[in-house]
Design a protein around this ligand. Structure first.
Ligand code: SF4
Length: 253
C-alpha cells in the first residue's frame, strides 16, 4: 500500500526531478484549489504524467492524480464553453437571418406600395387629362348651340312681329335683315359631339375591362357628351325647320 499523503514540505525535489522542467509543486497547489487557469498558465498540459514527481515526493503526495483530475475538469469546461459558443453562434445567425428576412419583406412592401402609388397617379393623370379635354370642348359646343338657339328665337320673334304688322289677307314679307341659321356649322358641331362621345365611350369600355378606378368619372363624361349630342341634334333640327320655313315664305311671296 502506498504511504499516506502528508502535507507538502516544499522541498523542491519534484521540480528537480521533472523531465519537462515544470513546477510540480505549484501545479499541485493550483490543481487542488481549482485554479485551473493558473495551472494552465504553468503549462499543466505539458505534463507527460510520468509520475517521477510523485515518486520522489517525501510526503507521498499523489501529484499526478491531481494533475489528471485538473486536466479532465479543464477539458469538460472547454467542451461546455465550445458548446455554448456554438449555441450563441447559431442564435446570432438565426437573429441575423430573421432580421434580413424582415428587411427584405419590408422592402418588398415598400416596392408594392410605390408601384401602387405610381399606378394610381397614372390613372389620376389620365382621368384629369380626359376631364380637361372634355371640359375644353364643352364650352365651344355649348356656345355654338346657344348661339343657334338665340338665332332661332330671334327669327321666330321677327317672323311673329312681321305677321302682326301685315294687313289681313296680305302675305308678310320676309325679314330682310334676318340671317338664316348656319346649317353647316351646326352639322359640324353635331359631328364633333358624336366623335367626342364615341371617344369617351371607348375609354369607358377600356376602363371597365381593366376594372380601373376612373370608371365613375368616365361614365359621367359619357353622359355629359350624350346630352351634348342630343342638344346639337335638336339645334340642327330646329335650324333646318327655320330654313325650310324661310324658304317656304320666300316661295309664297
Ligand atoms: S509527472 Fe509531470 S510534473 Fe511530475 S515529474 Fe513527470 S512530468 Fe514532471
Amino acid at each position: 500500500d502506498p504511504a499516506p499523503e502528508q502535507p507538502c514540505i516544499r522541498c523542491g525535489a519534484c521540480a528537480e526531478a521533472c523531465p519537462m522542467e515544470l513546477l510540480p509543486q505549484q501545479l499541485f497547489w493550483y490543481s487542488k484549489a481549482g485554479e485551473y487557469d493558473k495551472a494552465e498558465h504553468l503549462n499543466l498540459f505539458d505534463c507527460i504524467e510520468c509520475g517521477i514527481c510523485s515518486y520522489v515526493c517525501p510526503s507521498s503526495i499523489p501529484l499526478v492524480q491531481y494533475y489528471r483530475a485538473a486536466k479532465g475538469e479543464i477539458r469538460v469546461q472547454q467542451a461546455e464553453q465550445l458548446k455554448a459558443d456554438r449555441a450563441r453562434e447559431r442564435f446570432e445567425a438565426r437573429q441575423a437571418r430573421l432580421e434580413r428576412e424582415q428587411q427584405e419583406k419590408e422592402q418588398r412592401r415598400k416596392d408594392r406600395a410605390k408601384a401602387a402609388a405610381e399606378a394610381q397617379a397614372r390613372k389620376q393623370a389620365e382621368a384629369e387629362e380626359a376631364e380637361k379635354s372634355d371640359g375644353a370642348a364643352q364650352p365651344a359646343n355649348d356656345r355654338a348651340a346657344k348661339a343657334a338657339q338665340v338665332q332661332e328665337a330671334l327669327a321666330r320673334k321677327k317672323a311673329k312681329s312681321g305677321q302682326s304688322e301685315t294687313a289681313p289677307g296680305k302675305t308678310p314679307a320676309a325679314p330682310e335683315s334676318e340671317s338664316p341659321p348656319d346649317i353647316d356649322a351646326l352639322e359640324k358641331q353635331l359631328n364633333q359631339a358624336v366623335a367626342k362621345l364615341n371617344t369617351m365611350q371607348s375609354m369607358l369600355d377600356d376602363a371597365k375591362a381593366e376594372n380601373a378606378d376612373n370608371v365613375e368619372k368616365l361614365e359621367r363624361a359619357v353622359t355629359k357628351n350624350h346630352d351634348r349630342v342630343l342638344r346639337a341634334e335638336e339645334a340642327l333640327a330646329e335650324a333646318q325647320r327655320t330654313v325650310n320655313a324661310t324658304e317656304a315664305q320666300t316661295t309664297d311671296s
